[in-house]
Design a protein around this ligand. Structure first.
Ligand code: SN0
Length: 316
């Protein structure tokens, strides 16, 4: 087990972990003593509902204490660059802040979204790497600029729980949105799908290609209808452009997922990481249909986080 959980690359055995997490879900309190006198710190630079609550719940199931800190709202603004004269807004350097929080906690989770202004800077993951370097404790990625591994791990658990054939067809489709959103969720899902036995397709409009490093094993299509044919799972997500960095698509028409589209699939299960804007990304008639396994995805977040915490607490 590596010292951190920041990417699929930090999971040595995805299939084994999915199995273990699904077992944990049946027996969530078996390790209640494992976290005695251990503290998990959760540091948020951005908003969160599921990640925050599911990870706290996971820690409680293991007997850990938690400290949640909305650093952007309640803390000092942090400087991340080395060697700068700190005569601007940031009052504190990540070097000291991470070390202090690492001293108070045994494991730290960090959420830091991208700015979507500068790709190189966003994808350098300066917050995640800064915490890894200076905190001196294991770091969990609670959604960084480029990746959201706790979400993807729960997504794979959910597919495993619902699949009816050994190698299902899984289609991730781009969908419209009113804002420019990060690529973290689709990057991460694609990265984890490289380690999962499925026929994996990605449908998106021209110009919305993700970093090929993550999508290299997927079948890519610009035709949503074509891609959705015979699908067993449809993962819906908006993202902004990776190549024209941070730009939303101008003409988004025709990409919202509706019940009519789901009815043309292989009774596909509908997935989304949430939060979802109804009738922009997914229509009400699809959200409220029997196709949706979105609540299972959210529920599985507890056990994905619990297994990761367990692995970090017992790593040798
Ligand atoms: C985030 C994203 O990465 O797309 C978090 C998803 C887990 N989503 C949003 O920021 C949605 C914001 C909005 O206004 O709908």
């Amino acid at each position: 087990m590596p010292n951190h959980f920041c990417s699929a690359e930090d999971c040595p055995d995805p299939a084994g972990w999915i199995r273990e997490a699904l077992i944990l879900k049946e027996t969530p309190y078996n390790d209640k003593l494992l976290g005695t006198n251990k503290t998990l710190g959760l540091i948020f630079f951005n908003a969160s509902l599921r990640t925050r609550l599911s990870t706290i719940k996971a820690a409680q199931n293991l007997g850990m204490e938690t400290i949640t800190f909305n650093v952007n709202k309640e803390g000092w603004q942090l400087e991340t660059a080395q060697g700068v004269v700190m005569d601007g807004d940031p009052a504190e350097h990540i070097t000291e802040a991470a070390a202090v929080m690492g001293g108070y906690c045994d494991i730290l989770g960090v959420r830091a979204f991208p700015t979507l202004l500068d790709r190189k800077e966003d994808y350098s993951e300066k917050y995640l790497l800064g915490f890894q370097e200076y905190a001196g404790v294991p770091i969990i990625n609670l959604e960084s600029a480029a990746l959201h591994p706790l979400q993807s791990f729960a997504d794979l658990m959910t597919i495993e729980q619902h699949k009816k054939k050994k190698r299902p067809k899984v289609v991730m489709t781009w969908a419209p949105h009113v804002k420019a959103l990060p690529q973290a969720v689709p990057n991460s899902f694609s990265q984890w799908m490289q380690h999962y036995d499925a026929d994996f397709h990605i449908a998106h409009p021209e110009g919305m290609e993700l970093d090929a490093k993550f999508t290299k094993n997927a079948t890519l299509s610009y035709d949503q209808d074509e891609a959705l044919k015979e699908a067993d799972f449809i993962y819906v997500k908006n993202w902004s452009s990776y190549h024209d960095y941070g730009e939303p698509l101008k003409n988004q028409q025709g990409w919202m997922v509706t019940l009519e589209k789901l009815q043309r699939t292989h009774q596909a299960k509908l997935m989304h990481c949430l939060p979802v804007r109804r009738n922009v990304v997914i229509a009400d008639n699809a959200m409220d249909s029997k196709h949706s396994i979105i609540q299972d995805q959210a529920y599985n977040r507890i056990f994905a986080a619990q297994l990761v915490l367990k692995k970090l607490l017992t790593r040798s």
